[in-house]
Design a protein around this ligand. Structure first.
Ligand code: SF4
Length: 451
């Protein structure tokens, strides 16, 4: 929990010697509380006070980074229980488990499949983050699979083994990739901890109880391992949600430092619907990482879409730049449609215009990211605003005609918009799905574009 200026003042020497550049210790404390000064400016702060200040400055849920380069995955650093309080910061990592018992061709096929699980939605690229290699065979086979997977993917890696020698060799093979080691327990921590420290990699700390986790993370922290992910093992859904919720709650509300880490869930189900439902639940309820086996497109698409929604800022709708977007090989006779700058509205209209194969202009009006009906109700999509946006965007210089297509839901503004803009207003379909047939019909009416 952050300290106030007065809390910090109590930790300072209170001699007002001014060597820190501030007139009093209290003034320096106030700057420290605002994070506008560094504690090392005072040469007289004791080591205990420094440790207390450092600990107070730590986020309640530690940041953990897995992987390197462009595909580095950051998880944790969360500060709230509910997304309406503030945006959740680092999206839950989604990964797939590959068992080393699988045959090589099957592993390669699974890898190809995982890499194909990339989607574009409302202008954002969605893809999975992690591939976990799980040891079920001997050390050699595990390392062969680690080598094969790491050589063929840029995704972050999770090494699922409790075998010290296998872990050592796998970490050597993946040096520089900063894989996540799954998992350290009370039973194996003493034999694995030195290896983990040597390679400076993040680890999963596992115990079926929260008390057990607290003891284990305190021990790891003492050993200098701070990038930790928590796992209470595979449990019935309700019990696992309880664990994950309690971990977040205790870290945030009770300042439980030993549980102030992101949590992980491993799902090992053969029923793909059940697996997907469970993964979705953990994405919603505080999962830092979710690992599953099923690589069906429908699973990945639904989980990635859910994650995108949960980790968007509820106070700031996803929006695009308000301007004219030409779609296809437009000419000065191409039709012009208007919508709002809410990403979902724009991209829905865009995909339907593309599907129509009729080149067209889409004018996106700045409605602060509101959808058509919401913006109209909030008076952000009024004839005056649309008309001003038409002028500002330079639409009249791009087309030779003076026709604008408005969404069917705001047919009521057509007359007023005609008066405000001087353009002929055509009411388009209510649903975007009606755009292709609407545009195709329009294209066969030359009087529309020539008027
Ligand atoms: S240097 Fe330290 S002791 Fe001196 S005024 Fe600043 S905070 Fe106080």
């Amino acid at each position: 929990m952050a300290l106030s200026g007065l809390d910090i003042y109590k930790l300072l020497p209170k001699t007002n010697c001014r060597e820190c550049g501030f007139p009093t210790c209290l003034a320096f404390a106030m700057q420290l509380a605002k994070k506008a000064a560094a504690v090392d400016k005072c040469p007289y702060v004791t080591e205990e006070a420094k440790a207390a200040l450092e600990s107070a400055g730590r986020p309640p849920v530690r940041l953990v980074s897995i992987g390197s380069g462009e595909r580095k995955l950051d998880i944790g650093n969360e500060t709230v229980m509910f997304r309406h309080e503030e945006k959740f910061r680092n999206p839950c990592g989604i990964g797939f488990i590959i068992d080393d018992g699988m045959a090589d061709p099957e592993i390669k096929k699974t890898l190809r499949r995982i890499h194909e699980l990339t989607f574009e939605r409302v202008g954002q690229k969605l893809s999975v983050d992690l591939i976990a290699i799980r040891q079920n065979s001997d050390k050699k086979r595990f390392c062969d699979v680690v080598k094969m997977v790491s050589g063929n993917t840029a995704c972050g890696l999770v090494l699922m083994t409790g075998d010290k020698e296998a872990l050592q060799d796998a970490l050597e093979l993946t040096k520089g990739r900063k894989p996540l080691v799954y998992r350290l327990t009370a039973e194996n921590v003493s034999s694995l901890v030195e290896t983990v420290k040597r390679y400076r990699v993040p680890v999963v700390a596992a115990s079926v109880t929260l008390d057990g986790l607290s003891v284990l993370t305190a021990e790891l922290d003492k050993q200098g391992i701070t990038e930790i992910v928590l796992d209470t093992g595979m449990k019935p859904l309700v019990e696992k949600i309880w664990d994950m919720t309690q971990i977040r709650r205790l870290a945030l509300k009770k300042s439980a430092r030993s549980l102030g880490y992101p949590a992980l869930a491993v799902i090992d189900k053969t029923d793909r619907f059940e697996e997907c439902m469970e993964a979705a639940t953990y994405i919603l309820k505080y999962g830092g990482i979710v690992l599953l086996k099923g690589t069906e497109i429908w699973q990945a698409l639904s989980l990635l879409t859910l994650r995108q929604n949960i980790y968007s800022d509820p106070q700031k709708p996803l929006q695009i730049e308000p301007k004219i977007y030409p779609v296809g090989a437009v000419t000065d006779s191409s039709p012009a449609l208007v919508t709002t700058n809410f990403s979902l509205s724009y991209y829905t209209v865009l995909s339907e215009v593309e599907a129509s194969k009729v080149p067209a202009y889409i004018l996106s009006v700045d409605t602060e990211g509101m959808s058509v009906l919401t913006a109209w109700a909030a008076e952000k999509f009024t004839p005056a605003q649309i008309s001003a946006s038409m002028k500002k965007s330079g639409l009249e210089n791009m087309v030779a005609h003076r026709n604008l297509i408005i969404p069917g839901y705001v047919a009521v503004i057509s007359g007023e918009l005609e008066d405000a803009s001087g353009w002929k207003i055509t009411v388009g379909p209510k649903e975007a799905s009606g755009i292709p047939s609407f545009l195709k019909n329009l294209y066969n009416k030359p009087e529309f574009v020539n008027s």
